[in-house]
Ligand binder design. Structure first.
Ligand code: DAH
Length: 370
């Protein structure tokens, strides 16, 4: 018995003194390995008489358990210390520059759409979307352009050969205006939305591409009049071009879905920016080159459109507008060829693209600081 006690005390002392995992494992083999001293003691049990085994068995088993537990505790302690040492030595320096990795950039069209969403959100507009594969009814009929309406011819529409699920003709939407109808039908009134997206027309030259981008605006509420339209467009254009001296000119026009209709020109002067960009400067007459740029179509929503969208035009009125997003981007950021927007040339994007970290905000300035 005394011998076992000495063995246990010795084992505890040596295990506590082991200061790395390798020497600890050597001790494990020495005590509990096949030829280990504790293992050999356990083997003696076999040769004992039943009475003797009953007396000594529990003590030897307890010794084995004590050595095994002490080894496990020490191992855990050594591993914890090793982990702490590693954590202390392997510090990550977060101030180091990121490794050189390929960097993407935000396309000017996406940048401008983000800027528009930010500006209009501040005026209480939400962003709506509609399908690019549209039916004849939403794209034309509900916008007061029935079959045989002459305005349809101006849209150079891409039609699909097959009829849609409702039997109507299907097409690639020629403008974002059908989202007006879809939004009124889905959400009723009052309503304040912008609807940015792709539109398609069979047309192609330096200023026209078969696919381009528009943003539609729609406000439906009670007692809405032309003054609301003018204020909204002025506020939008001042925020977008980030200057207070933007001048607007409203000209009477015609769109089937608005009555009255106005076309909006923005006054501009041409100045060469640092990269040779053209900048919109407002229409002060003393600039070297100046004039009016036709920018967007708008008007008071035609009562027939409100009616076809399921609302009572005696109760609800509104205004709408449509702008070319690519055109807005060209004006603000100084590109001169629309086709380059869709070439997918990375050199162009490198020059005109924007950092994804440069989020448009009204407080920090909505425009990118390229
Ligand atoms: N949908 C027209 C187009 O593509 C633009 C437009 C004009 C939209 C007047 C409007 C509007 O909402 O009121 O040419």
């Amino acid at each position: 018995m005394a011998e076992l006690n000495t063995l246990e005390t010795e084992a505890r002392t040596r295990i506590a003194a082991a200061d790395d995992l390798a020497s600890l494992d050597a001790l494990r083999v020495e005590y509990l390995g096949k030829q280990g001293s504790v293992s050999l003691l356990l083997k003696t049990l076999g040769k004992m008489s039943p009475e003797e085994r009953q007396e000594k068995g529990p003590t030897i088993q307890a010794l084995r358990q004590a050595v095994s537990d002490t080894l496990a505790d020490r191992k855990a302690a050594l591993e914890q210390a090793a982990l702490e040492a590693r954590l202390a030595s392997e510090r990550i320096d977060l101030s180091l520059p990121a490794p050189e990795a390929p960097k993407g950039s935000v396309h000017p069209v996406a940048q401008v759409m983000d800027e528009l969403a930010e500006i209009f959100a501040d005026m209480g507009f939400s962003v709506a979307t509609g399908p690019e594969i549209e039916d004849d009814w939403h794209n034309f009929t509900a916008l007061n352009m029935p079959e045989s309406h002459p305005a349809r011819a101006m849209h150079d529409t891409f039609y699909f050969p097959d009829a849609g699920p409702d039997g109507g003709r299907m097409l690639l939407r020629t403008h974002t205006s059908p989202v007006q109808v879809r939004s009124m039908k889905a959400h009723g009134a009052p309503l304040r939305i912008i609807a940015p997206g792709r539109v398609y027309r069979s047309d192609s030259d330096a200023t026209h591409t078969p696919m381009f981008h528009q943003v539609e605006g729609l406000v439906i509420d009670r007692n809405i009049h032309l003054g609301h339209l003018k204020w909204t467009l002025e506020t939008f254009l001042k925020a977008f071009f980030e200057r207070e001296d933007i001048v607007l000119r409203l000209r009477p026009s015609y769109f089937p879905f608005t009555e009255p209709s106005v076309e909006v020109d923005v006054g501009f002067a041409i100045q060469n920016g640092p990269k040779g960009q053209t900048r919109v400067l407002g229409g002060s007459g003393d600039a070297p080159e100046h004039g009016w740029m036709e920018l967007l179509g708008s008007g008071m929503v035609n009562r027939r459109v409100i009616e076809m969208s399921g609302l009572d035009p005696d109760e609800w009125q509104g205004f709408a507008f449509g702008v070319g997003v690519d055109r807005l981007a060209m004006l603000k950021y100084g590109m001169d060829d629309l086709r380059a927007f869709f070439d997918g040339d990375v050199r162009w994007l490198k020059h005109y693209g924007f950092s994804a970290f440069d989020q448009p905000t009204l407080s920090a300035g909505v425009g990118a600081r390229a």
